[in-house]
Design a binder for this molecule. Sequence first.
Ligand code: FES
Length: 121
Amino acid sequence: MAEYLVCSEDEIADGGRKVVACGEREIGIFRVKGALHAWHNMCPHRQGPICQGRIYPQVIEPVDEKQEVRTLQYNEDNMHVACPWHGWEFNLETGRNAGPAKYRLHRAELAIREGQVYVVL
Ligand code: FES
């Protein structure tokens, strides 16, 4: 196993991210609800740079009694990253795709020692 120093623990603010090279791989580290999550920067669709996509809350489309969508709402408890290539969305805490559950991000292990964040591969 190899460890790669990323940054100090407080350098990634809640809602923020840092994408780093770890040898031949790129890893995205995100802070969501105070916790750090690390994902390989490779979308399960066509290997796009998922960790560099836009971060935003899950979109909810409430339907009315006529089964029509009139407004969009957002679920701030469920933060997603959208792949910049084709828009597939993934939950930043679970890595699960917003559509078919069989698609998910590949988690990278983190270690935190003395206030420093390391990726362990
Ligand atoms: S490569 Fe990510 S959605 Fe296609």
